[in-house]
Ligand binder design. Sequence first.
Ligand SMILES: Cc1ncc(COP(=O)(O)O)c(C=O)c1O
Length: 376
Amino acid sequence: MKIAPFETEHFFARYEFNTPYQLCNSDCESISIQELLSLSGDSLENFGQERLIYTESQGNAELRAGIANTYSNVSAEDIVVLGTPVEGIYLAARTLLDPGDEVIVLSPAYDALTRMFEHVAGSSMVKRWCFRPGEDSWELDLDELRELISNKTKLIVVNFPHNPTGYLPCRDFLNTLLGLAEQHGLYVFCDEMYFGLVQPGTEPLPSAADVSPRAIALSGLSKTYGLPGLRCGWLVIQDRQLLEQFMNWKFYTSICPPGPVEYLSTAALRIWETLRDRNIARIAKNLAVADDFFERWPAVFTWRRPRAGSTALIGWDVPSVEKISHELATGEGILVQSGRMLGSDDQHMRFGFGRDSFPEALSRFEDWLSSDSTAR
Ligand SMILES: Cc1ncc(COP(=O)(O)O)c(C=O)c1O
């Protein structure tokens, strides 16, 4: 059966490796294998001794213990290490849904968090819980969620911190959401790929898996820890029977994690707070640069500053961000992404603040903006 195009990944496949000035990446600055090993007290020589055998299907025990250590109420037995983070979304859609089940998803959202569920449940069974533009930030309304829940609802899919809006709920909001799920016997699939990337002044949010056994959390090393090339992701599933059902699907997709990835991921988890804090500082610096930029262009852009995560969804008063984005990529080597691809509209774009090159890319974008009257 055909599936809708994964627009974000098609767009990045086309431009990510041929545009020098990128403004819309969701990952954070990466480091080399050598630097990772040396920061974590290990060496390339030890890594070189790794034998390339099959690994434990649920994930290496030391790695799972390292992952569990980043949560408060989660044990190594609750973790399933994946072949890639995005695989976790596929497994969730396959494992949690039966024919006739309804799903509630956030909108806008990372493509897979809507399209995968539409593919498995059928488009008409997927309802959208939409972000609303507030004065200074994007907002979600729990009353709207209550209205979407029906007796067919099986699953709520959320993503906090949120890509692309940078939204992060407060603790009470998360507790109420998880309480609603428990009350109605629903699962909550919580994509926490940006877990812990919280700007100073915003209250950090616990993992949904630390709060409720009905929550299945997805996380990984791609965003918060700046290691997207490792392709390390995991699920937290506290119900043993459900975990076994996820494992059954995983045997059809990746079987077991790659050994070299597990080795390097175990090293990364020894220094997870250092890796995370470096990226929080990087994003804070880039957000300050963005604040100044948007202050200079108040009539052109609507800036809703993200509370968390690495991205923001920015209003741009032009007929089509998408049309401009292709022209900018091919003509100027500058990469911006239309919000339309993520389920927003073509008068919004995503920015990403996790890269060291952000200020230079923004300055190139501003030079182009100053010289091109159609964009203002
Ligand atoms: C919310 C969200 N979930 C999952 C993923 C997938 O992560 P990965 O590309 O590391 O598989 C992404 C990547 O952009 C994302 O933004």
